[in-house]
Design a protein around this ligand. Structure first.
Ligand SMILES: [Ca+2]
Ligand SMILES: [Ca+2]
Ligand SMILES: [Ca+2]
Ligand SMILES: [Zn+2]
Length: 411
């Protein structure tokens, strides 16, 4: 093990080489493992979600709709204070690559043409209004005295999401896709990952216990934008995870692992950052064909230069997650007044430890039980109310002029 770790450290002496090492590439497995530790049903519930999609989906029809993005550039050295141009560039890459509008789709082999071409319908723009309703350019530049947010026993860099920990606190994750661009390096001086994503907290594959984990995307700063060997693909890959996608090889070393998506060919393993066109490690039947391992897919670990597509089903899955669980990310300046005066949209229901109001402003609230007694009050945080102990029952939530009933059932 020690030799292996030394090997990894040697391998990582050049930061560009992170992209050549699976453990240090995308933190998805670390995220999955962390969530599975907190809730052992996590992976099982994830499979239930993809099963629900498979049986209910007809086509991806939501949108097009534009996600409001806030980029937190949290920098220790000036070089990590990435330029506005690189930020604009990364947003453009997301728009193109999630909608099959990139100009390198000719790299797709013919056999993948029938399963690609549809857009996700998900577009991105830097936010123009902040959570207080003030104009913004959607970019927060935050100097920090922390030279890295990772640690060797905790691959994730969650501290970057909190101003109190030297990072930059999230804007309401119901209303904004938060992207943190930072240094994930640990005590050894090496970045722990190129990036990772936490999916939205109200996905059905995100059961109780995770409401304290702020969703969004974290990117090692050298990988942001296209002025690097990665060409902005890490962020595309992580936004894929953010909308619920998994790795196409199923995160195992055989053909059993399933990403839950019908039209992505299974693969025994990831593609070792190569672009090999002759690899067909698992037999599958996709529209009657046994397709090659799809190195062209953003959710593989293949050579970034050959990653040019999501499949139609991957795009439809992201669209379905967006429509059913994240449609509040999509709003524009003209609707800001509507958002401020909107009705409560309480979920999940029944609730057990928290409820999301869908509100954009952090207003005071009261929870009143059936006898008329106020049992909990305070201020909304990112539109969410949490509590320690509310007995099972029916409650009334009051926020300003709005009143709505909800049910609590403790598991
Ligand atoms: Ca598949
Ligand atoms: Ca596999
Ligand atoms: Ca195959
Ligand atoms: Zn990944």
């Amino acid at each position: 093990m020690r030799n292996f770790i030394s090997f990894i450290i040697l391998l990582l002496i050049s930061v560009n080489l992170i992209a050549q090492n699976a453990d240090h590439f995308c933190g998805h497995q670390h995220v999955m493992n962390k969530l599975d530790q907190i809730n052992s049903a996590y992976k099982k519930e994830f499979l239930a979600l993809t099963g629900e999609f498979k049986s209910n989906r007809i086509s991806s029809e939501f949108g097009p709709c534009t996600v409001n993005v806030v980029v937190h550039v949290v920098y220790f050295n000036d070089e990590a204070n990435v330029s506005d141009d690189q930020i604009f560039n990364q947003i453009d890459i997301l728009n193109r690559r999630l909608n099959h509008l990139n100009n390198d789709t000719s790299l797709l082999r013919d056999q993948f043409l029938p399963i690609t071409g549809n857009p996700s319908g998900i577009f991105f723009k830097l936010a123009e209004i902040d959570p207080q309703g003030n104009p913004t350019n959607g970019i927060l530049r935050v100097p920090t005295n922390r030279d890295g947010f990772g640690s060797s026993n905790e691959f994730l860099s969650e501290g970057v999401k909190y101003t109190s920990e030297g990072g930059s606190s999230a804007w309401n994750p119901q209303r904004y896709l938060n992207i943190w661009v930072c240094d994930t390096k640990d005590e050894t001086g090496m970045p722990t990952v190129a990036g990772y994503a936490i999916p939205p907290a109200n996905l059905p594959n995100w059961p109780g216990g995770f409401e304290d984990i702020v969703d969004g995307v974290v990117i090692q700063w050298e990988f942001f934008g296209d002025d690097n060997d990665n060409l902005g693909k890490v962020t595309v890959h992580e936004v894929g995870h953010y909308f619920g996608l998994r790795h196409i090889w199923g995160d195992d070393l055989n053909c059993t692992g399933d990403d839950g998506i019908n039209d992505t060919p299974s693969a025994a393993d990831y593609s070792y950052f190569l672009c090999s066109q002759n690899s067909n490690t698992c037999e599958d039947n996709i529209n009657g064909e046994d397709l090659f391992d799809m190195v062209e897919n953003y959710m593989d670990y293949s050579f970034p230069g050959c990653q040019v597509a999501f499949t139609n089903d991957q795009n439809a899955f992201m669209n379905w997650v967006f429509e059913n669980y994240r449609s509040q990310l999509c709003w524009d300046v003209t609707s800001i007044d509507n958002l401020k005066s909107q009705k409560l949209q309480l979920f999940p229901q029944p609730a057990s430890t928290f409820i999301n109001t869908g509100l954009i402003e952090n207003k005071p609230f009261k929870i009143i039980d059936i006898s008329g007694k106020i049992v909990h009050n305070g201020q909304l945080i990112n539109g969410i109310i949490t509590w320690n102990n509310l007995p099972n029952g029916l409650y009334l939530l009051n926020v300003g002029e709005n009143n709505q009933r909800f049910i609590v059932i403790n598991p």
